[in-house]
Design a protein. Structure first.
Length: 478
């Protein structure tokens, strides 16, 4: 069972706690390679202590604890963020390697105290694991009384969170794996033809597995609420993959077809590797020449994947999806095709989810649409850009207030949609996670099924921009 935390202004507190983790990570990493007297530690130590001190003073001490794959600050779970995911994983892994549950900082920590802690942990790595109680005795012998190392905590019943990982944590971990994989593909390879097919299939299969799992307040669609504006191309490719698999699962596709659909979606923009970065990342609308070049990415991607046919003819639908996903339902898109003018099913699914994710993501030259606005725009393009039946089915799957939407309730509270209503006659009554009080100040989140009689007076007024309220909907939607 996870530690219980106090009610608090969680956004500010957790932001500070995440900064502590971000500053702790390079200290741990450097301690693997350098003596603590090395100048490489000087600035990171100062930054860590500067991040830590306000928390210690405000909270009368600071506890950083690991449970399963999660980290907790003073009993409150610290959410993973894509930009700090590496630091989060490194700190969690270090506690696990040391056989520790975490550490408690009881008072002001000095530079000397921090060096003593890092020296102790480095010594444990070299000499073998030790119990937390023994390590604490060593700290006290060194004159360090304000740092306490904690033993691992287990769930009630003796089953640890690591042994039965939280579904949301597994989903987030898988998303990061896929994102890292696709970014490596773009940045480290000379050609998309060198893509590690086996690795891609394994990662997509993990998403397929997640699509078949249900939990209270969990939907795979929620993963696509993760937006990383600095890595838009990679983030977009993964989101399209996630949305396509979640949508295909609701359509009743077999696991084999879901895997093929997922690979098609993951590859759908692979041809952009051939587009010059100054065009791909241009902070303004493209001119006619640049647009024509960008329009060739579907052809480049298909050409790069063509060698797959030598080993597996089942890859044909995959290649067609990459080629056709911008062709348009009416054939008015690109590229212009003399043959194969009708989009295959994978291409029609990808066209819809690609459009939805693109419209709901902020870019340098484009403001994002609110999710309900994006659906209205999609339906206005149905019959021309996308298949109207597929567009309607997609809306039925994610609801008129899509998973990941931030909405305002009749009570003036803000909430994030986590699951659509399975009743097609009540699409305006999804399950939400309420995240503020009526004054729209942060509050302890709780699930609310708007379709239940108890929530009859809690209708949705409409979608709102989460940035205006400092909310990260992905954290609540997953």
């Amino acid at each position: 069972m996870a530690p219980e935390g106090r009610n608090r202004d969680s956004r500010h507190f957790l932001k500070q706690a995440l900064e502590v983790i971000r500053q702790l990570a390079p200290l741990i990493r450097n301690s693997y390679f350098h003596d603590l007297s090395n100048a490489v530690f000087r600035e990171p130590m100062q930054q860590f202590l500067a991040a830590l001190q306000p928390l210690v003073e405000a909270e009368d001490g600071f506890t950083l604890e690991r449970l399963g794959q999660g980290l907790f600050a003073n009993g409150t779970r610290i959410p993973q963020r894509l930009r700090t995911a590496h630091a989060y994983s490194l700190v969690s892994a270090e506690f696990e390697k040391q056989g520790l549950g975490g550490m408690r900082l009881l008072d002001t920590v000095s530079n000397r105290d921090l060096r003593g802690l890092l020296s102790l942990l480095a010594g444990v790595r070299a000499g073998g694991a030790a119990e937390a109680s023994e390590l604490n005795q060593r700290l006290k012998a060194a004159g360090i009384d304000n740092i306490e190392l904690l033993p691992p905590r287990a769930e009630v019943g003796g089953t640890s969170d690591r042994e039965r990982p939280n579904l949301r944590e597994r989903a987030l971990h898988t998303y990061k794996e896929v994102l890292d994989f696709i970014q490596t593909t773009f940045t480290d390879l000379d050609s998309p033809g060198q893509l590690n097919q086996r690795r891609a299939k394994r990662l997509v299969q993990k998403l397929v597995d997640l699509s078949g799992e249900e939990a209270e307040g969990f939907s795979l669609f929620g993963l696509a609420a993760i937006k990383d504006h600095d890595r838009y191309t990679f983030n977009h490719m993964v989101n399209v993959c996630v949305l396509a698999i979640a949508f295909g699962q609701r359509l009743g596709l077999s696991r084999q077809d879901l895997a093929e659909l997922g690979l098609s979606a993951l590859y759908h923009d692979l041809g952009k590797l051939n587009i010059p970065l100054e065009v791909l990342n241009k902070p303004a609308k493209l001119n006619a020449k640049e647009w024509a070049l960008m329009g060739n990415h579907t052809v480049y991607g298909t050409r790069a994947l063509f060698p797959l046919l030598q080993r597996d003819l089942r890859a044909v639908p995959r290649l067609l999806a990459v080629l056709q996903h911008h062709h348009g339902f009416s054939g008015e898109g690109y590229p212009k095709l003399r043959l194969l003018k009708s989009q295959n099913l994978f291409a029609r699914i990808i066209a819809v989810v690609d459009l939805f994710d693109a419209m709901t993501t902020k870019r340098v030259y484009q403001e994002e649409c609110l999710p309900d606005e994006a659906l209205r725009t999609m339906h206005s393009l149905a019959g021309k850009y996308c298949d109207p039946l597929v567009a309607k089915a997609f809306t039925n799957c994610i609801g008129i207030f899509p998973v990941g939407s931030t909405v305002e309730l009749a009570s003036n509270r803000l909430a994030v949609v986590v699951k659509p209503n399975s009743d097609p006659d009540r699409p305006d009554r999804p399950t939400v996670r309420v995240v503020t009080d009526p004054s729209q100040q942060p509050a302890e989140p709780y699930l609310l099924d708007l379709a239940t009689p108890e929530a009859a007076d809690q209708s949705i007024r409409g979608c709102v921009d989460p940035d205006l309220y400092g909310l990260n909907p992905a954290y609540f939607a997953i």
